[in-house]
Design a binder for this molecule. Structure first.
Ligand SMILES: *[C@@H]1O[C@H](CO)[C@@H](O)[C@H](O)[C@H]1NC(C)=O
Ligand SMILES: *[C@@H]1O[C@H](CO)[C@@H](O)[C@H](O)[C@H]1NC(C)=O
Ligand SMILES: *[C@@H]1O[C@H](CO)[C@@H](O)[C@H](O)[C@H]1NC(C)=O
Ligand SMILES: *[C@@H]1O[C@H](CO)[C@@H](O)[C@H](O)[C@H]1NC(C)=O
Ligand SMILES: *[C@@H]1O[C@H](CO)[C@@H](O)[C@H](O)[C@H]1NC(C)=O
Ligand SMILES: *[C@@H]1O[C@H](CO)[C@@H](O)[C@H](O)[C@H]1NC(C)=O
Ligand SMILES: *[C@@H]1O[C@H](CO)[C@@H](O)[C@H](O)[C@H]1NC(C)=O
Length: 741
């Protein structure tokens, strides 16, 4: 059952990778067999156990061509080619938590850090501690020769580092990129890599945003000129390549987690996800990140680019920090000058300079001899007549017409777009116009004898209304665990300039022969490493903080976003708010959750005691009583969400515990700020004053929310704010009507 293959996606600059798991023999395919934590007894040898299981199930003594991967360093499991009946037998074996097909996943800066007040020369840093931080980047590899990864001034790798440079052919690590590994694609996915070198640009971009050096005078052909830098320029990078132009496989991704955790990274950033949410026991990102969390490593993940419909985020596990994307105050615009002198402003990141020359303008609709008007106006593939468009600028009703116009010899293209909130890099001069502006050009071309037009090189505006959640950013609610709010927060992910690969074209089009050291990309893939960089920064000041403490500090200190402003969006778009790296250093209070708390959550979600013991590697239990006593919404999470019946009165209580990480003798008072449509709800906090006598002291409280639930897909919301003299600790409270999705 090969699923359709989307070869490349012009929008969002992300490769949308093929979803087919092509089959070798019969109907065998690659399955992942997840077996939980590595048993603690010293004699247990994961790989020989994996081989035994495979031999038993297949009846074959030689299973080399069956075993695809063995997960054995940080957790237990393997990937193997199995038939359907073999899969069933494995699933019923002792020690197996879940068996599921490996699937294809998708890859989903100069001004952006300044925008958050994280200014280069005004940010307090501790360089010798920062250089002990290792950021693990699971992505499409890295371009090791980029100035962003130069190791000038770096000493040898920190002594805790246990990884290696296994970057493959023609790949050299240095004291900045201290580790590299790559995972050959399985299951017949194309593009088998022979090194950790980045052939897409995506991995270099995300790595440099999280932890790249400060590089002055970086730009994309002069656009976005400034200093490109990561959140922690002095930190080290370990690159784990799981994506190639042919795809990213989830079995390879799980190997990358297995290695990264054992190698000793401090933070994992992973801008990859499925296009739909998966059940936790079949979600390789959730599985890998769980074992990372158990070892004290926070995983930061992109929420996805499937917005703006509700329920689209695929990053759902509560032990992951999930990041939405919003704009910053900078945006790229491209002007179109019509023959009558009128100027129209469109979107694109256009590096091509036509020097103001005016070209003949032709509407796709009247530039085809073989297609009907309805196909021709979109400049659909094969429609445009070279003789009619060669050397001209073409007007197309869809951005899908750009490549067709280029192929037919057009100089440039003006296209209609439904998304006016993001600019993309194209392989020729392009201006994307929002409806009204586009109609202006259509009426000009249809009413003018000899229509002419020019497309100018882009300009950057620094005056955008920001932050506003991008339309493409995946939205909550969480369809897998409805009472855990996702995404967790938003960060800059629109038109981000960062390091690129000299093997990739900046527009991702093969026929685009330009090569750029820095390029502009948009997506939650770009916002994710901003948060990972901030988490790494926080870790330099609080090296012993657990993943949940770092996550809480980042979430409760965000910039508030205005959920009553429909243009900004709701908590389903931005979660707790917008990343604010400096204030995250001083959260005052944190909401902690341990591995045991997450195991209790899984118990409430119907995982069995047997599975939970495998997953946790300890004697965890899940009795009927424990299950009944645990509500997912009572996980000690920094945000609060509950799905309730539509249009009924509700009364829900959240139980939370905060840990004092501020000063001794501090007194926090609760305040509730109403958000969207929240006149209909009543929020009580009990007690509403917390006195902390010592550091690390814990205090519990309850939040009771009552009212009438909304009928639409948008939530009612409020914000709980605990404040003392110097801290404000903010948590969104979100109530929404269940089963709308
Ligand atoms: C920051 O400081 C460095 C060295 O002192 C200087 O070269 C650079 O121009 C400064 N950058 C800004 C944005 O002020
Ligand atoms: C190694 O890769 C770099 C970057 O693509 C290239 O310039 C160089 O020629 C390659 N060297 C070899 C020996 O292949
Ligand atoms: C939030 O947005 C609403 C609607 O646009 C506006 O009336 C209100 O003043 C805004 N609040 C803040 C704090 O900006
Ligand atoms: C757990 O299983 C019970 C009984 O099968 C079912 O009623 C309940 O809805 C399940 N809960 C979840 C969270 O799946
Ligand atoms: C689980 O193990 C821990 C430590 O090994 C022990 O303290 C605890 O009592 C055990 N719990 C159960 C339910 O066996
Ligand atoms: C909600 O429930 C709590 C305890 O269950 C109760 O004390 C409170 O009065 C209820 N509130 C409303 C508005 O029904
Ligand atoms: C905290 O308060 C206690 C009791 O009020 C007092 O004895 C102690 O000195 C205070 N500590 C600090 C650091 O202010």
């Amino acid at each position: 059952m090969a699923k359709p293959v989307l070869v490349y996606c012009l929008l969002l600059c992300l490769l949308v990778l093929s979803v087919s798991a092509s089959h070798q023999d019969e109907d065998r395919q690659v399955y992942i067999v997840y077996m939980g934590a590595i048993p603690s007894n010293a004699e247990y040898m994961p790989t020989s156990q994996h081989i035994n299981i495979l031999q038993e199930v297949t009846g074959e003594s030689s299973i080399e061509n069956r075993l695809v991967r063995s997960y054995r360093r940080s957790f237990n499991g393997f990937a193997a080619t199995l038939s359907d009946s073999e899969r069933e037998r494995v699933a019923n074996m002792e020690g197996v938590v879940s068996v599921f097909p490996s699937r294809k996943l998708q890859l989903q800066t100069t001004a952006s850090w300044d925008f958050m007040g994280f200014k280069e020369n005004k940010t307090k840093r501790v360089p010798n501690l920062e250089s002990d931080i290792i950021v693990g980047v699971i992505d499409s590899g890295i371009w090791p020769e980029s100035a962003s990864f130069d190791d000038n001034g770096f000493g040898p790798a920190p002594s805790k580092w246990k990884g290696e440079c296994a970057g493959g052919k023609n790949f050299t690590c240095n004291n900045k990129i201290i580790g590299a590994r790559y995972y050959t694609s399985s299951g017949g996915f194309s593009g088998t890599p022979e090194s950790a070198r980045d052939h897409i640009g995506h991995g270099s971009h995300t790595a440099s945003t999280a932890a790249g050096n400060s590089v002055e005078d970086a730009s994309f052909y002069g656009l976005g000129l400034g200093t490109a830098r990561g959140g922690v320029p002095a930190a080290r990078i370990a690159a784990y390549k799981v994506c190639d132009p042919g795809g990213c496989s989830s079995d390879g991704l799980l190997s990358a987690f297995d290695d990264a955790i054992a190698d000793g990274v401090d933070i994992i950033t992973i801008s990859i996800g499925g296009d739909t949410p998966a059940r936790l026991e079949q979600d390789t990102l959730a599985i890998g990140a769980f074992h990372a969390m158990a070892k004290g490593i926070l995983t930061v993940n992109s929420a996805g680019n499937s917005g703006p419909s509700p329920g689209t985020t695929s990053s759902v596990a509560p032990w992951i920090l999930s990041v939405a994307a919003s704009n910053s105050n900078r945006a790229f615009f491209t002007k179109v000058i019509l023959g009558d002198g009128k100027t129209i402003v469109g979107r694109s990141v256009n590096s091509f300079d036509l020097k103001g020359k005016r070209y003949d303008l032709v509407y796709g609709k009247s530039a085809s001899r073989i297609c009907d008007e309805d196909s021709a106006r979109f400049c659909s593939s094969g429609c445009l007549d070279s003789e009619l468009v060669n050397g001209k600028i073409v007007l197309c009703d869809s951005s899908r017409g750009i490549v067709e116009a280029e192929m037919a010899g057009a100089v440039g293209t003006i296209v209609k777009t439904a998304k006016s909130d993001v600019s993309f890099v194209f392989s020729s001069p392009v201006a994307a116009l929002f409806e009204d502006q586009y109609e202006t050009v259509v009426s000009y071309v249809t009413s003018t004898e000899d229509p002419k037009v020019s497309i100018l090189k882009s300009d950057a505006s620094m005056k955008e209304t920001a932050p506003v959640v991008a339309s493409f950013s995946s939205r909550g609610p969480n369809t897998i665990i409805p009472d855990i709010l996702k995404p967790d927060l938003t960060a800059p992910g629109v038109e981000i300039l960062a390091a690129y690969s000299l093997d990739a074209s900046p527009s991702a089009a093969e026929h685009d022969t330009r090569r750029a050291k820095y390029s502009v990309l948009s997506g939650t893939s770009m916002s994710c490493p901003h948060v990972a960089g901030a988490a790494a920064y926080l870790k330099t000041f609080h090296p012993n903080w657990s993943p949940s403490m770092i996550k809480s500090a980042i979430m409760t200190t965000t910039w508030p976003m205005n959920s009553t402003d429909s243009a900004v969006g709701s908590e389903f778009g931005f979660g707790a708010g917008h990343l604010n790296p400096l204030s995250a250093l001083h959260p005052g209070l944190v909401y902690e959750s341990t591995k045991a708390d997450h195991i209790a959550l899984l118990c409430a979600l119907n995982f069995t005691t047997t599975s939970l013991r495998l997953i946790s590697g300890d004697n965890s239990t899940c009795t009927a009583q424990e299950k009944a006593d645990t509500l997912p919404r009572n996980l000690n999470y920094p945000s609060m969400a509950a799905a309730v019946s539509s249009r009924k009165a509700f009364n829900v209580t959240f139980v939370r515990t905060v840990t004092n990480v501020g000063m001794v003798n501090s007194t926090y008072k609760a305040e509730v700020v109403k958000g969207a449509v929240s006149s209909k709800i009543d929020v009580k906090v009990e007690p509403d004053v917390l006195s902390m006598k010592s550091v690390y002291e814990k205090k519990s409280f309850t939040v009771t929310v009552s009212g009438e639930s909304p009928e639409g897909s948008e939530p009612v919301s409020a914000t709980l704010v605990w404040s003392d003299v110097s801290h404000t600790v903010r948590s969104p409270i979100v109530i929404y009507a269940a089963r709308l999705f």
